[in-house]
Write a protein of this length. Structure first.
Length: 738
């Protein structure tokens, strides 16, 4: 093709050479030789002459086809205007100017093209990741299209380049397109689609030879990963609320629509917000809720099923279906309801007896207060709750017991070693008494126990006791006596089903072995002092009480000191002194005889009528002692073979019908523990024959009698010795003297 064009140009320059010979008269044409014009635009060719007054112009095409233009002559100028330029103008135009006889001609080649607009990019569809899309780039009204090259680029990547080299059948403006199909990927987001069109015509000059259109690649992602989260749960209770949040991914960000599937299959729009909160749910609100993520290229839906359950209407009783109450206590029975706004309450006993209590209902709660429960409250109480058309009933069984105090231990007081003692353990105000067991334990081992079956079914408060007798010993001291009372009611629950009291045993020992120590002796000489010390065993240690026994047998208390001291004694102090050991367990006494004596004085021995009597006469030998009635008088008849103690009455011995043998030495001895006096006389009995009788040995004895006096000291010695042993017997002392 370019070769053909140059041949045409070659011919026109030869024509120009032909006319160049004429002088002065000149012809010019502009533009010179050639003009490149785009189809549809106007162009003008101007032919002008110089050195000619009135030239005449004529225009023609080389091949004598119509001009397809308008000629305007004006003086030395002729203009051929082609408006617009079309295929018919693609010629070599010749302008002929005639000046008189001179004729001059000049030619100009009109070359045409068409490349008027930038390429246009079309997309078959929205650009969605993963979905094939066809991009069309079309370049309109191109001529000559066989020089056209179209390239389509995605970012920097060339998708396709095409040249349109097919033979042009006719001269026409053609719109050429390039089509590329590709599958968009995520990386395409933000890239440009570029369509480049190039018209390759090097031999003519025009602008632009290259046109380009850029289109931002608008990539879409259809909603995906649509997820619903439900808080707190898909299962709800009447009146509850739920928050559902839906999310969906896509480009552009999908819009979220919430709707609900109705039973008839229709959809009820709810919200255009991702978060849907439903409050005060009713059972009718159960159903399928749909979330739809929607954007320009698509939609995705997700469903969730909400189940609204009927709020249960429940009645609860407090403290429970059973309550154990102690007689006298206050009891509050509570009936509470959930799941009902405004319930109504009523209370009754199962056997329709009076309530004997106070009812107070407020809101969803009702209480029945039983002040100081008694046997008339031992019922099953029923609480009836009405809520709308629904009705519920719950019962509370009030069970009674009474076990208010610890057992009381009563023990015989004091406990005395070896003496029988009683222990009484009593438990007051018990109910039910037939369940009571009382046990008495000593040091953990059971002494006795008792149950009270005779009280079965008795509706009253009973006081029960258990008694034992036992003989305590000192070893029991410090041991613990426990009284245990147990109310055997397994079916009831309360504190203190067992109560107990304890008592520690203290066993006393009554006073015993009371002893008296007399110092120096219990037989004293008037004016001397004596210490009498008393001791007694027992637990607790006995107290000592000294007293003196009066004549009437009564005791005159003297001292509570262990030692009773008598100083400067007188004979009147003689008597019986009593020491008593006393403690709370008893008393024990010991007596001591105190003898205070004067030495015997003024002893007189006489014979009546005379110391010399005749055989057959009656003679009375009488001995008297001046002091101390206690003085003993012993009347004896001395003999070689041994003394004969005479049976005297008040110191007098009567000899009826004196015999010769009655003659002899008679001796009267007055002695007490502190001294001795002797008197003697010699009785002479004269025989009827006037014969005297005198025993020579009597004389010997008489002489000896004066030696007896020192013997008194001996008696005192014995008395003292006996006293030290704590007792004294005059008879013994006398025996030991002999
Ligand atoms: C969605 O709900 C939130 C929270 O209730 C609210 O702040 C927001 O304005 C709502 N948006 C629309 C579009 O309703
Ligand atoms: C034990 O004590 C109780 C209460 O003091 C009394 O009622 C009961 O008679 C007593 N029992 C005996 C056997 O003394
Ligand atoms: C009696 O006891 C007191 C004090 O122990 C003592 O001084 C006194 O000598 C005692 N008297 C006699 C007679 O033993
Ligand atoms: C008992 O003894 C105390 C001191 O040992 C003495 O002061 C008091 O007088 C005595 N009482 C009698 C009644 O002897």
């Amino acid at each position: 093709m370019p070769r053909k064009i140059s041949m045409i140009f070659g011919a026109s320059s030869m024509l120009w050479m032909l006319f160049a010979v004429s002088q002065a008269f000149k012809i010019e044409i502009s533009p010179e030789y050639k003009i490149v014009a785009q189809i549809g635009t106007p162009i003008s060719l101007t032919c002008s002459t110089t050195e000619c007054e009135s030239p005449s112009f004529s225009w023609r095409t080389q091949i004598d086809s119509p001009l397809n233009g308008k000629v305007r002559n004006e003086g030395s100028k002729s203009t051929l205007t082609m408006d617009p330029v079309s295929f018919e103008n693609e010629h070599s135009y010749l302008c002929t100017a005639t000046c008189e006889s001179k004729k001059m001609e000049k030619g100009i080649q009109v070359e045409i093209y068409s490349f008027p607009k930038d390429p246009e990019i079309y997309l078959s569809d929205s650009v969605e990741v993963g979905k094939p899309v066809t991009v069309t780039c079309s370049v309109p009204d191109v001529y000559p299209f066989d020089r056209l090259e179209i390239s389509l680029l995605k970012g920097n990547q060339n998708l396709k380049t095409q040249e349109f080299l097919e033979e042009m059948q006719t001269k026409s403006l053609e719109t050429k397109s390039l089509e590329v199909t590709f599958i968009p990927i995520n990386e395409d987001i933000g890239k440009d689609l570029v369509c480049q069109a190039k018209l390759h015509i090097e031999e003519i000059d025009f602008e632009p030879k290259e046109r380009e259109t850029t289109k931002k690649l608008q990539v879409y992602i259809s909603p995906q990963n649509t997820v619903i989260s439900v808080s707190p749960s898909k299962r709800l209770q009447e009146g509850g609320s739920v928050t559902m949040t839906c999310s969906s991914e896509g480009l552009p960000d999908p819009q979220i629509f919430w709707s609900r599937k109705l039973d008839d299959g229709n959809i009820q729009r709810l919200s255009g917000n991702a978060t849907l909160t439903l409050i005060a749910m009713r059972m009718e609100d159960s159903g399928i809720y749909v979330c739809e993520g929607v954007n320009l290229v698509g939609k995705q839906r997700e469903e969730v099923e909400l189940i609204v359950k009927e709020k249960p209407f429940t009645v609860e009783v407090f403290p429970g279906p059973q309550i154990s109450a102690q007689i006298g206590d206050s009891v509050v029975l509570t009936c509470a309801i959930t799941g009902c706004e405004s319930p109504s309450f009523s209370w009754r006993t199962q056997i329709d007896s009076p309530l004997s209590g106070k009812v107070r209902s407020e809101g969803t709660k009702s209480t029945l207060t039983l002040n100081s429960v008694s046997f008339e409250n031992e019922h099953s109480y029923l609480c009836t709750v009405t809520c709308g058309r629904k009705k519920l009933e719950k019962g509370i069984q009030v069970e009674l017991y009474s076990f208010p105090r610890d057992p009381e231990i009563e023990m015989s007081d004091p406990l005395v070693d070896g003496n029988q003692a009683t222990v009484n353990c009593s438990v007051p105000n018990v109910y039910p008494a037939d369940r009571l067991e009382i046990k008495l334990l000593k040091e953990g081992s059971i002494m006795k126990n008792k149950i009270f079956l005779e009280d079965v079914g008795k509706k009253s408060l009973e006081s029960k006791s258990l008694e034992i007798t036992f003989i305590p010993s000192t070893e029991d001291t410090g041991k613990v006596l426990v009284c245990q009372a147990e109310l055997h009611i397994d079916e009831m629950e309360f504190e203190l089903k067992q109560r107990q009291s304890t008592q520690t045993l203290h066993v006393n020992v009554s006073p015993r072995d009371t002893r008296i120590l007399v110092s120096p002796s219990n037989i004293l000489e008037e004016g001397s002092s004596v210490n009498m010390t008393c001791s007694s065993d027992g637990l607790p240690a006995p107290k000592i009480v000294w007293s003196r026994k009066l004549n009437n047998g009564n005791l005159q208390p003297l001292s509570e000191n262990t030692t009773l001291t008598l100083t400067s004694t007188k004979t009147e102090d003689s008597g019986t002194y009593v020491c008593e050991g006393v403690n709370l367990a008893g008393r024990n006494r010991k007596e001591v005889e105190l003898i205070i004596q004067d030495t015997p004085k003024d002893i007189q021995l006489t014979a009546f009528p005379s110391e010399s009597v005749k055989e057959g006469e009656t003679v009375i030998i009488s001995c008297t002692c001046g002091n101390a009635p206690k003085t003993w008088i012993i009347l004896k008849k001395k003999a070689e073979t041994g003394d004969t103690v005479l049976k005297s009455t008040d110191g007098a011995y009567t000899i009826h019908k004196a015999q010769l043998e009655d003659a002899g030495v008679y001796e009267c001895e007055s002695k007490n523990e502190v001294g001795l006096q002797l008197r003697s006389l010699t009785l002479d009995v004269k025989g009827k024959g006037n014969k005297d009788y005198f025993s020579p040995e009597l004389l010997v004895l008489y002489c000896i009698s004066s030696l007896i006096i020192p013997g008194i000291g001996m008696i005192i010695y014995f008395a003292r010795k006996a006293n030290m042993k704590g007792s004294y017997s005059l008879v013994e002392a006398q025996k030991s003297k002999v």
